[in-house]
Write a protein that binds this ligand. Structure first.
Ligand SMILES: [Zn+2]
Length: 269
């Protein structure tokens, strides 16, 4: 990444941007400000934070943030040089040179965000490692850091980035773990199952979404109160925890136990 960053500095800051886009619908993650807001501005250089590349504009107004994930590649093309037919994202500079992002994978995972510099800092300051692609070692360290209920830990973007409440339900069901289990109580086998469940479930979700599947087809546990578990046919249960509603299978996940509500309002009483 660092080598890439260095190689990009000169070509991207030599000329102002003449045309921003096109961008693949799955690649561009923001719509406000619009990409066209980059046109006429020049990049100050390229910065790197972890696996993310930042392209701040010279006027300090905007930052383009690029996350290549595993299959994304950034290339610069001289004016007139032949590039990929359908890049995931492209910028054309005033001299006709281009910066293109390609992703040679069926699933588009790389992302481009156009943000204010403050929003870019916020985005980065609080972000844990990406959930999709997380390794057992990374996850093990996160779980050990402090003792927390698995459902709320998985949803915490500062711990792991990219899991919302619906996917926390799907993942914990796939991992056969109780949403109330404490992160520090997990065995090595639990950790293995959880790592696999995070990666498999998010990959399954992405694939379904790309085929245009709605929530009902995508989720197997979330919002399915009373419907039979797809593994064991037990009716799925629901419990309120803090300000969230959790869905789970009592047979697969909690050894038959029905979880008690732990709503914030109740805890405060
Ligand atoms: Zn079940």
């Amino acid at each position: 990444m660092e080598a890439w960053r260095r190689a990009l500095v000169a070509p991207v800051s030599a000329f102002p941007i003449a045309k921003a886009g096109p961008a693949h619908i799955a690649t561009l993650k923001t719509f406000d400000p619009p990409l066209a807001a980059l046109e006429g501005r020049r990049f100050r250089g390229v910065e790197r934070r972890g696996k993310r590349l930042l392209f701040p504009t010279e006027d300090g107004e905007l930052t383009l943030l690029v996350h290549l994930m595993t299959a994304g590649r950034l290339k610069t093309l001289r004016a007139g040089e032949k590039g990929p037919k359908t890049p995931a994202f492209a910028l054309e500079f005033a001299d006709g040179s281009k910066l293109v992002l390609t992703e040679n994978a069926r699933k588009k995972r790389a992302g481009v965000w156009l943000l204010s510099p403050e929003a870019a800092q916020d985005e980065l300051a609080h972000l844990g490692p990406e959930a999709l692609g997380i390794t057992q070692i990374e996850l093990g360290e996160i779980l050990k850091r402090e003792s927390r209920r698995l459902h709320s830990l998985l949803r915490d973007q500062r711990a792991v980035a990219g899991i919302g409440r619906a996917w926390a339900n799907e993942i914990l069901h796939a991992a056969k773990l109780s949403p109330y289990a404490l992160s520090t109580d997990l065995s090595q086998e639990d950790l293995e199952r959880l790592t696999t469940a995070i990666n498999d479930e998010l990959a399954r979700g992405l694939e379904l979404r790309e085929r245009g599947a709605g929530d009902d087809k995508t989720y197997r546990v979330h919002n399915k109160l009373g419907q039979p578990c797809h593994v064991c046919s037990t009716p799925l249960a629901r419990v309120d925890f803090e300000e969230h509603t959790i869905y789970y299978c009592p047979t697969c996940q909690t050894g038959g136990r029905i979880l008690k509500d732990r709503r914030l309002s109740r805890l405060l009483r």
